[in-house]
Write a protein that binds this ligand. Structure first.
Ligand SMILES: Nc1ncnc2c1ncn2[C@@H]1O[C@H](COP(=O)(O)OP(=O)(O)OP(=O)(O)O)[C@@H](O)[C@H]1O
Length: 814
């Protein structure tokens, strides 16, 4: 006879907090009986008694016993005997042939039921045990759900691998946290509203769209894999979601990720085996859109990927500027290398530039023109190129060089630009020649650019002074833009929205601008600006006091110039210091012209011995490169034989830069294993520009530049000035350069312009054949394109060769 289970006497005290399985009876399996039972499929009371485990739990000081029966894989079909075991709390009967569970109606204490892998078709076909919490009915034959209102304690329900076609009857299961309905026939999600689900699995159903999940506010883990979903719409409200499995669906578009973009807790996303994976840059795009992910497609998302994705899709201004600079630099390197007045005022001082920056229409252009008029002995206006149409009254070659987009692109490929910007649908660019035009006059270059231009110029070899002109009153600024009658409301909005960008840059990067001047009214701004420029130039006579009327603005950091002279870029008292040092320097000596740089150097932190040694080495290399003594890094581009050194008889080009001091030239060449020793040496042999627009163009024939006519405007080697002449010399500088307190301005030269790398058919080879000598010195002919590719390959990987860098465009739609 089967005996109802009664609580056994306490035995084997368990350690607090632990649980222990204890056999109820010493007799374990009885093989014969088992064999009979497996044949008939009828569970016997004896077997139950022998298999019941008592579990003792010690919780909060009270002892609590409960009973568990586990009979997996016993071929059971009749378990009616269990109706006598009323105290069972955990019942595990997986992998049997049970169809009827009605005996469970007599188990009011049942908490956990595992009836998976059976033949049950009746969904919850027993009276509800009050405390039933976990039920596993997976792998059965159920087709329809019924109302489970009475099962109010249910917290975990596994209904995988049945034949349910819809979810229903769960509305009142107010504790249901885990629900699994994998591999059923569900084609529509509903009936889950307001359930406290934290885990939901609908893997392997027939879902085509995500719906009915909007109110599952507690959902943390969602498995929708193996369905036919093509959109992620419907997930946007699941703010606690941490893991989402969408493997093997039909998601095609990366843009679908925008639906889960705001799920800030989402860490694990699986999109394996979706068509979207074939999209270009799929992984990087998803990582960019969902920056909180730590696991994508079961692979860890690395920090490197995250940075790469941001740099690709929303690069910070520094990154844009660096890439842009690299692009222009590479295009420049593919052209003949020239010495520019603006590049080499002296070996160790940069060409002086003044850059006014600020949002569009803030007045910087007018103020730049005015400065150039007022200080015409010091500054020349740097004329940029643009593809926009001229406004009324603008002059080509005065305000801008107005060019077509096609010409602009050609100029980019010709390496003409120092820096470019896409703004408002138009291209703007500062060309090397624009600076050179001013430098050749012996003047410093004054220009105006947007903030991006400042970032770009900071990458260049120039070290301009940057003055930010910033409107402090947005309404007035907008009114001014409207008053100009040139801009659409969208353009005005865009310009105004960039005010914050300027302010933030100034706030977050102390010292980024040398000077910040509020600019609500040009008339009020100009005296302040003028005073600042005079201080830069150390023009001692103060014609007027600094403007006190300019509103201080609401800029919190940076050197805001208002009534306080302490806003000088060198800090408070710097004006005095500058004057003091200026008087200590012999400013008539060109070597002392770069006094501001020197002062800054003095104020800079002390360098270590190693740093100083490194600097000295680099300076030495630069000097040697200038006089042609050491092979520059680009000399590979211009390999040729020592005999190719030009002879004095070979003509004179007044525009060329290099010396007719052939002894030094020969010596330098002899000292080098390469026949043309430095980038400066490139001037000796004119090299036609590389036409990057046609990279597939084959190398042509070898030309002898000494025999064939060089380009009409190309420099001739023999007439190049001595390298030493490159250093500044006031008596050679035209115009105002006699002023002793000039900023470091390059050697003035009114001579014809340096050979401009105008587009011409690509010169085939850069080397020169051996002279008449009977034993020609061995040398390698290197096609220019090939040589340049070699150099470029060391700088940038082949698949990253510029073509060309696509700048983010600043448009009113942004
Ligand atoms: N090479 C350049 N690099 C970066 N920005 C540039 C460059 N050339 C011009 N800009 C800037 O691009 C913006 C648009 O130029 P545009 O000449 O159309 O402006 P604008 O409407 O005349 O206003 P502004 O008076 O500020 O020049 C201006 O802010 C200008 O300073």
């Amino acid at each position: 006879m089967c005996q109802p289970l009664t609580p056994p006497p306490p035995q084997l005290p368990a350690a607090p907090g632990s649980s222990q399985h204890l056999p109820a009876s010493p007799s374990r399996d009885e093989p014969e009986e088992n064999t009979d039972m497996e044949k008939t499929g009828v569970l016997t009371a004896e077997l139950v008694s022998s298999r019941v485990n008592q579990l003792r739990r010690v919780g909060t000081g009270l002892q609590h016993l409960y009973y568990q029966l586990s009979l997996p894989n016993h071929n059971l079909s009749d378990i009616s005997v269990l109706s006598n075991f009323v105290h069972l709390q955990k019942l595990e009967l997986p992998h049997n042939k049970i169809q009827d569970l009605s005996c469970l109606s007599h188990m009011p204490y049942l908490v956990v039921l595992d009836a998976s892998h059976n033949h049950i078709s009746n969904f919850f076909g027993f009276q509800p045990p009050k405390n039933l919490k976990e039920v596993n009915f997976s792998h059965n034959r159920m087709t329809a759900m019924k109302d489970l209102s009475a099962y109010s304690s249910l917290s975990k329900l596994d209904l995988d691998h049945n034949s349910f076609s819809e979810v229903s009857g769960l509305e009142k299961c107010s504790r249901l946290a885990h629900l699994s309905l994998a591999c059923n026939k569900i084609s529509r999600i509903h009936g889950l509203d307001n359930l406290p689900l934290s885990h939901l699995c609908l893997r392997g159903n027939r879902l085509e769209r995500i719906e009915g999940l909007e109110n599952l506010k507690s959902l943390q883990v969602l498995d929708l894999s193996l369905n036919s979903l093509s959109s992620l719409s419907g997930l946007q409200n699941l703010h606690l979601l941490g893991s989402l499995n969408l493997e093997k669906n039909l998601i095609c578009e990366i843009q679908e990720c925008k639906h889960i973009h705001d799920l800030l807790l989402l860490r694990d996303l699986n999109l394996l085996h979706n068509p979207v994976q074939e999209q270009r840059d799929y992984r990087l795009s998803v990582v960019y859109l969902l920056q909180h992910l730590t696991l994508l497609d079961q692979e860890e998302v690395t920090a490197r990927e995250k940075v790469a994705s941001v740099n690709k899709y929303d690069p910070p201004m520094d990154v844009v500027a660096a890439r842009e600079h690299m692009t222009h630099l590479l295009y420049q390197l593919m052209q003949p290398q020239l010495l520019y007045d603006s590049t080499l005022p002296s070996a160790d001082s940069p060409y002086p530039m003044l850059v006014l920056t600020g949002p569009q229409g803030c007045g910087k252009r007018e103020l730049a023109h005015r400065l150039c008029q007022d200080f015409n002995e010091y500054f020349g206006y740097g004329i940029c190129h643009t593809t926009r149409e001229p406004y009324f009254g603008e002059e080509n070659g005065k305000d801008y060089h107005f060019v077509t987009e096609e010409d602009f692109q050609t100029m980019i490929h010709m390496g003409k630009f120092m820096q470019t910007l896409q703004y408002g649908g138009h291209s703007f660019g500062l060309s090397r020649d624009a600076i050179e035009d001013v430098a050749r006059e012996g003047l410093a270059c004054c220009l105006h650019v947007e903030l991006e231009g400042v970032f770009s110029l900071k990458n260049s070899s120039f070290e301009p002074r940057y003055i930010l002109l910033i409107p402090t009153r947005e309404d007035k600024y907008r009114g001014h833009l409207r008053g100009r009658g040139l801009y659409t409301p969208e353009q005005i909005d865009m310009a105004a929205s960039r005010l914050e960008l300027y302010r933030n840059t100034n706030r977050q990067r102390p010292g980024f601008f040398d000077e910040v001047i509020p600019c609500d009214d040009w008339e009020e701004t100009y005296p302040t600006l003028r005073q600042a420029v005079k201080e830069y130039l150390v023009l001692e006579e103060q014609e007027e006091e600094p403007n006190n009327t300019a509103p201080p603005g609401h800029i919190s950091t940076g050197h805001v110039r208002d009534e306080k002279p302490a806003s000088h870029p060198l800090g408070s008292g710097s004006v005095k210091l500058t004057s003091h040092l200026a008087s200590a320097l012999d400013l008539s000596d060109p070597a002392h012209r770069n006094y501001i740089t020197k002062i800054q150097l003095e104020l800079a932190p002390q360098k270590s011995a190693a740093e100083l040694a490194s600097i000295r080495r680099r300076e030495q290399l630069v000097r040697e490169a200038i006089v042609g003594k050491s092979p520059g890094v680009y000399s590979q581009l211009f390999k040729s034989s020592p005999q190719t050194a030009p002879s004095p008889e070979q003509g004179h080009d007044p525009g060329a830069h290099f010396s007719d001091d052939h002894s030094s030239l020969d010596e330098s060449q002899a000292s080098s294993s390469l026949s043309v020793p430095s980038s400066a040496g490139a001037l000796i042999v004119p090299v036609a520009p590389l036409n990057t627009a046609d990279p597939g163009q084959a190398p042509e024939t070898l030309e002898d530049p000494l025999v064939s006519d060089p380009a009409p405007d190309a420099p001739h080697p023999d007439t190049d000035q001595p390298a030493e002449d490159v250093s500044p010399s006031s008596d050679r500088r035209p115009g105002s350069n006699v002023k002793p307190i000039l900023p470091p301005i390059p050697t003035g030269r009114k001579t014809p312009a340096a050979p401009s790398p105008t587009p011409s058919p690509r010169a085939s080879f850069t080397s020169i054949p051996p002279g008449p000598s009977s034993s020609p010195a061995p040398f390698t002919l290197v096609p220019f394109s090939q040589a340049s590719d070699q150099v470029l390959a060391t700088i940038i990987k082949p698949n990253e060769l510029p073509p060309p860098f696509k700048q983010p465009s600043i448009t009113s739609s942004q």
